[in-house]
Design a protein around this ligand. Structure first.
Ligand SMILES: C[S@@+](CC[C@H](N)C(=O)[O-])C[C@H]1O[C@@H](n2cnc3c(N)ncnc32)[C@H](O)[C@@H]1O
Length: 232
């Protein structure tokens, strides 16, 4: 973050993320946007950059995973004649990796990331993908698992995965990882309480090979072995 901010004239982003960026340089202009205005935010940032400003767009985790890099690149394609700018995308630690590291290595074998938000895709497509994840026996990291507007969808998602996984399948809930109020909980598909999940939570549902154990210090670990039992 520090090296990206060096030389910046403008910060653009979702308001709370601008605060988290922890930049208190008064010489840098801040432009806060609503969480949903991604395309407008991207156009605004590219417009400023085209005027010669050194603009930093702030995104959480990895900007290329359900983040602002996509909106920027999409705008570059659609309005490429308007934006003669030099864009650099700085990779980050995505929420799935951040929570995985707290409990061990649940993403140690094949996995995928799926957003449960139906703002930009139909729920029927999300259900089809969940079904495919179940059939393929992939570990899945569920982003945007719930919001005030969408409470029942996580329950439905878990029902679909539950057709392919036992109730004992390990599930990791990570809320506000790396931020105030961080909470990590290891539970199972059968025991997960969906009311404890909110929009700051990422939900990792294990595959049939994901394991949980306690070490000599009684610390609980979750991991998915790198070798699959079918590879005999
Ligand atoms: C729009 S996506 C942004 C993902 C972000 N670009 C990343 O790579 O982590 C927002 C979702 O990411 C997850 N998320 C983002 N930050 C998180 C954090 N600090 N702790 C847990 N989950 C987080 C939550 O599922 C949240 O609903």
């Amino acid at each position: 973050v520090t090296s990206s901010l060096a030389g910046a004239t403008d910060l653009v982003g979702y308001g709370p993320y601008l605060e988290l960026a922890g930049c208190d340089d008064d010489a840098i202009a801040r432009h806060a946007f609503d969480n949903r205005e991604e395309a407008a935010r991207a156009r605004f940032a590219l417009d400023l950059a085209a005027q010669g400003r050194n603009v930093v767009v702030v995104s959480s985790g990895d900007p290329g995973i359900f983040g602002m890099a996509t909106a920027i690149v999409e705008e570059l394609e659609h309005a490429r004649d308007d934006f003669d700018v030099d864009v650099v995308i700085a990779p980050g630690v995505t929420a799935a990796s951040a929570v995985a590291a707290r409990v061990g290595a649940p993403l140690g074998h094949d996995f995928c990331c799926l957003s449960l938000s139906d703002l930009r895709k139909p729920w029927t497509l999300i259900e089809r993908r969940l079904e495919a994840v179940g059939v393929a026996d992939l570990v899945v990291a569920l982003y945007n698992p719930a919001s005030r507007r969408r409470e029942s969808q996580l329950v439905r998602a878990l029902e679909i995965l539950g057709r392919h996984r036992a109730p004992e399948t390990p599930v990791v809930l990570g809320t506000a990882i790396g931020r105030d109020g961080e909470a990590v909980c290891v539970t199972t598909l059968g025991e997960l309480d969906a009311t404890t999940v909110d929009m700051r939570t990422i939900v990792i549902v294990g595959s049939t090979t994901t394991r949980v154990f306690r070490d000599v210090h009684d610390r609980q670990w979750v991991y998915t072995p790198r070798s699959h039992p079918d590879d005999a």
